[in-house]
Structures are given as C-alpha cells and as structure tokens.
Design a binder for this molecule. Structure first.
Ligand code: HEC
Length: 111
C-alpha cells in the first residue's frame, strides 16, 4: 500500500507539471497556428462548387474581418465560429497576415 500511496502523489505532481509549464510557454507561433487552417483549406486540393474555400486571393483585411465575424457568431457557420473562438483577436490578426502572405507566395510559385 505505501508504494501505491506514493505513486498516487507522483501522478498528482505529474498532472500539475503541464499546467505550470503552459503558463511560462512563449506565445504560440503564427506558423503553427496558421498551418492548422490548411487541414481544411488546403490550397493544393482541386475544388468544386460547395467545397471549402481555398482562401486564395483574399487579403489579410478580408480574412481578418471574416474571422472576427465567425468569432462573433455572424452567419450560419458549421465549424468556423467554433474554430475562431479558439484564438485571441491578436492571434487571428497574425493568422490573417500570415495566410494572405503565404497564399500569395504559393500563387507566385504556381501552386
Ligand atoms: C475543420 C475544418 C476547418 C478548419 C481547421 C478551418 N476551417 Fe475555415 N472553414 C471551414 C468551413 C467548413 C468553412 C465554411 C463556413 C462554415 O461552415 O463554418 C470555412 C470558412 C472559412 C472562411 C470563409 C471563406 C470565404 O470564402 O468566405 C475563412 C476566411 C476561413 N474559413 C478561415 C480559416 C482560418 C484562418 C483557419 C485557421 C485558423 C480555418 N479557417 C480553419 C472549415 C475549416
């Protein structure tokens, strides 16, 4: 029993570690946040009517406006309102800038 008792304490300590670690971690990298968007908005996928937008050709301002609208619950989004709520306003602005640049760069490379 004493061994089990001690390991219980170790487990409790181990569960606390990620919490204290997260408090000290640096802001989430823009690249890591934005690449998550390509899971669904993959620009290389050929798209038909009704498919998820590739986001190509949208300016950072347009992207940010749409993301803010989603976050505020405008429209009848199936997924994006939930996704947008997962980011701070500052993160959404960084993501919009990053994606607009990245999509323009892909266009230049003919992707
Ligand atoms: C799980 C799939 C998924 C992920 C991940 C995802 N989206 Fe979306 N996105 C959608 C869907 C589906 C729509 C259509 C609106 C709806 O139903 O939510 C959409 C719509 C949009 C639109 C509007 C497009 C237009 O032409 O008006 C923008 C902008 C957008 N997403 C940006 C993003 C950004 C930025 C991220 C990353 C933070 C992201 N999305 C991550 C599925 C996704």
């Amino acid at each position: 029993m004493p061994i089990l008792y001690r390991s219980g304490w170790l487990c409790a300590l181990a569960m606390l570690l990620p919490i204290t670690g997260a408090a000290e971690s640096p802001p989430r990298s823009t690249e890591a946040l934005a690449f998550n968007c390509y899971t669904c908005h993959a620009p290389q996928v050929r798209r038909g009517k009704g498919d998820i937008s590739s986001l190509k050709g949208k300016s950072a301002a347009t992207l940010l406006q749409k993301l803010r609208d989603f976050k505020n619950g405008a429209g009848d989004a199936t997924l994006m309102s939930r996704i947008a709520r997962g980011y701070s306003d500052e993160e959404l602005a960084r993501i919009a800038e990053f994606l607009a640049d990245d999509l323009r760069a892909q266009d230049r490379k003919g992707r």
